[in-house]
Design a protein around this ligand. Structure first.
Ligand code: GRF
Length: 203
């Protein structure tokens, strides 16, 4: 299967996917990595790994519709089976989301539906929750609300601060995202009537 990864920054989840592919654990062709920020660190990592990179600076477009149309055109040149959002920090238009229905994944650093949006780790600390984590989900028009594919939980420990909790969650992100993409690549992961199905898993 062909995948395209969208990033905006550091790109550690992208790196985890590249690593899994390199180890033979992820049977995909990473056709391209696309960033909306020219300075995204992940672009250098992708290029060094020999992956095609593109940058579409959202600031160069008149608005969300224009940017998303250009982004979709850029993505579709690579004819991906799956588009993987990995720290892509742009809200996507309903048209864009519809175009990739059932083949657009995101990773979010909380146990959805808790803590959609930004600053999830600090908000988890402020709420005093004892369990936190991350979620891979199919993208729908509502931000951070799509059908859940896989989640990982981590404990919130006494003395945690935002950085320590974020690091613990990130370690889990790097496990579950390759797992979700592997399910897709193996043809086991699908979305039907808004419900996720992972074939081969006990019902
Ligand atoms: C991750 O925490 C991801 O869950 C969130 O943004 C962060 C991106 O990190 N959507 P990286 O760019 O993959 O290192």
């Amino acid at each position: 299967k062909n995948i395209v990864i969208l990033i905006s920054g550091r790109g550690s989840n992208m790196e985890a996917l590249i690593g899994a592919r390199d180890r033979g654990d992820l049977p995909v062709n990473i056709a391209a990595v696309i960033s909306n920020r020219p300075d995204a660190k992940g672009l250098e990592i992708a290029a060094a790994a020999g992956i095609a990179t593109r940058c579409l600076d959202h600031k160069a477009y008149a608005g969300r519709d224009a940017f998303d149309a250009a982004l979709a055109a850029c993505i579709d040149e690579f004819a991906p089976d799956l588009v993987v959002l990995a720290g892509f920090m742009r809200i996507l238009t309903p048209d864009f989301v519809r175009h990739y229905e059932g083949r657009l994944l995101n990773i979010h650093p909380s146990l959805l539906p808790s803590f959609p949006g930004l600053h999830t780790h600090q908000r988890a600390l402020d709420e005093g929750v004892r369990i936190h984590g991350c979620t891979v989900h199919f993208v729908t028009a509502e931000l951070d609300h799509g059908p859940v594919v896989i989640q990982a939980a981590v404990p919130v420990l006494d003395g945690d601060d935002e950085a320590s909790l974020a690091a613990r969650v990130l370690g889990q992100e790097h496990q579950v995202y390759p797992q979700a993409v592997r399910w897709f690549a193996e043809g086991r992961l699908s979305l039907a009537d808004g419900r996720v199905r992972v074939a081969g898993e006990a019902a």
